[in-house]
Design a binder for this molecule. Structure first.
Ligand SMILES: C[S@@+](CC[C@H](N)C(=O)[O-])C[C@H]1O[C@@H](n2cnc3c(N)ncnc32)[C@H](O)[C@@H]1O
Length: 285
């Protein structure tokens, strides 16, 4: 019997037939916490329902309700509220051999990006210098440090809450020699890095909306022999090249040549829309 049927069985006699028919199909697990989303007609009974999750999932210590979106330039969850169990929203989530410590009510962690977090590390060659322009808690920097052999990763993050956990995660995972955390706006920090003589083999530009306004600064990190940029955004699947074209137009104006190496549709982001990553190799003309 699947989880939804078990949950339904446990709630027969407690919920009406209409309420039973809109019970969630799935749920998100982060460490030993379950985060559920509920149809609005179930909100009056949210704690009763959450108690059943605790009963049916013995390894889970608490249940939270997510009733918002991920918003703003810091990409923070709008509303994740405590329902039942142990009230502690700071978790140590383990994934691909990496520990991510963070407060999931204040910092996003998309399970839909799991494959991209894993895949990016496989592209990195030994000895690379990498700049992670929107590092968050280390979503990409940590798995790269764990599974590849970069020389140095500069991880830039503006949100003080995320930056605090980025630092903790670097220590927790023993990457102090590889990852240099930088607190600040990557528009400024990238320019500071290149002024101090840093050139990158790889630049990660992972934030929504696509960081078009940061391309010019990011290009100052380009090497003569070429640099790979991972440029993210949300695209209409039918017209996905629009995003690459916007990068290319800015790069060509600054006298760079672009070669599109690959693109990946990471996850669905609404009807017809996809979170997409472009791998673009850039050379000075
Ligand atoms: C949410 S992460 C996205 C990571 C990745 N796409 C993922 O989901 O695995 C983007 C991060 O960029 C940070 N950020 C936004 N604007 C920034 C800026 N101007 N400079 C540095 N960091 C910034 C946000 O605070 C956030 O932590």
């Amino acid at each position: 019997m699947g989880f939804k049927d078990k949950l339904k069985d446990a709630l027969v006699g407690i919920l009406t037939n209409e309420e039973l028919s809109v019970l969630p199909r799935g749920f998100q697990t982060i460490s030993d916490v379950v985060i559920i989303k509920l149809n609005s007609i179930l909100l009056g009974k949210k704690n009763l329902i959450a108690e059943k999750y605790l009963e049916l999932l013995p390894s889970i210590k608490s249940v939270y309700l997510n009733s918002g979106r991920v918003k703003g330039k810091f990409r923070t969850p709008e509303k994740i509220e405590y329902l039942v169990g142990v009230e502690d929203s700071v978790v140590k989530h383990k994934e691909h051999g990496v520990i991510y410590k963070f407060d999931f009510t204040k910092i996003m962690f998309s399970m839909g990006n799991l494959s991209e977090r894993k895949f990016l590390a496989t592209l990195v060659e030994d000895g690379e210098t990498i700049v992670d322009m929107f590092a968050g808690i280390g979503y990409f920097s940590l798995p790269i440090a764990k599974h590849s052999k970069p020389k140095k990763i500069y991880s830039i993050e503006l949100n003080p809450e995320s930056f605090k956990f980025l630092n903790e995660n670097i220590k927790l995972n023993h990457f102090k020699d590889i990852i240099t955390p930088i607190k600040g706006d990557s528009k400024i920090e990238v320019t500071n890095l290149s002024k101090s003589g840093v050139k990158a083999d790889r630049v990660i530009m992972g934030v929504f909306p696509a960081p078009k306004d940061f391309i010019e600064e990011a290009l100052t990190l380009a090497k003569v022999e070429g640099t790979i940029y991972h440029y993210e955004g949300i695209v209409d699947k039918e017209k996905y090249l629009v995003l690459f074209d916007e990068f290319k137009e800015i790069a060509e104006k600054s006298d760079f040549r672009c070669n599109l190496l690959a693109k990946r549709f990471v996850k669905s982001y609404g009807p017809g829309l996809y979170h997409t990553v472009f791998d673009i190799k850039v050379y000075k003309k």
